[in-house]
Write a protein that binds this ligand. Structure first.
Ligand SMILES: O=C(O)c1ccccc1NCC(=O)[C@H](O)[C@H](O)COP(=O)(O)O
Length: 210
């Protein structure tokens, strides 16, 4: 069954929506300065309300490791590194916490994926490249790039996925999981109906193929 991650939890309502439709993972933007960033107290409050079976993903962009370890790691299942974190950074993080580590690749060329695949992480999240933005842009990845590279690690496909393109993308790329943010929002906030529809679309599509 293809795993589903809904990213950018910000409000109590967002948590109620994911508790109802039950994706496998819920993401929180925990580095400062992004439009979906939640502060530490909000994160603690929201995390308490989140169904225990939904895995907690903290998204960080070039965050000092000490901050992750001191304030967040004990509440997270997964640490998603969405900046320019290198092998040395990842090794240090892995030695000091038990979370799964995912590296996001903001892909321009196939070689970007090959380089990330060599990093000491558990999974990759393959996202689109946008100059000046780290993520959550709604911009799509060129799926043809996947035929140019062998990926050894399980990976999430992200970047501009929506109800219209998700079945084609899953068929073409066969990801371990799929990740959504912009397309399940209306006016910048998570939309219950859009979350419901995307989760149902994926689960129905996966069932048809079994
Ligand atoms: O979502 C953000 O605002 C964000 C900011 C900084 C770094 C990463 C961010 N999002 C990471 C994600 O995992 C998003 O879900 C991913 O980029 C896909 O977003 P979208 O294209 O909007 O579906």
């Amino acid at each position: 069954m293809t795993k589903i991650k809904i990213c950018g939890m910000r409000r109590v309502n967002d948590i109620l929506y994911v508790n109802t439709y039950h994706p496998d993972y819920a993401g929180f933007i925990l580095s400062e300065g992004f439009k979906r960033t939640v502060d530490i107290d909000t994160f603690y409050d929201l995390e308490l309300l989140l169904n225990k079976e939904i895995k907690r993903v903290g998204v960080f962009v070039n965050e000092p490791i000490e901050n992750i370890l001191k304030s967040f790691a004990h509440k997270l299942d997964v640490i998603q590194l969405h900046g320019e974190e290198n092998a040395e950074y990842i090794d240090k993080l892995r030695k000091n916490c038990d979370c799964e580590i995912w590296k996001a690749v903001r892909v321009k060329y196939a070689d970007d994926i090959a380089k990330a695949d060599a990093l000491p992480v558990h999974k990759l999240l393959i996202d689109s490249f946008s100059a000046g933005s780290y993520g959550g842009t709604g911009k799509r990845v060129d799926l043809d790039i996947f035929s140019q590279v062998n990926i050894s690690k399980p990976f999430f496909l992200a970047g501009g996925l929506n109800e219209e393109n998700i079945c084609y993308a899953m068929e073409k790329v066969q990801p371990y999981g799929v990740d959504f943010s912009s397309s399940v929002e209306t006016n910048g906030f998570k939309d219950e109906n859009k979350i419901k529809r995307i989760v149902e679309t994926i689960r129905n599509n996966t069932e048809r193929r079994i």
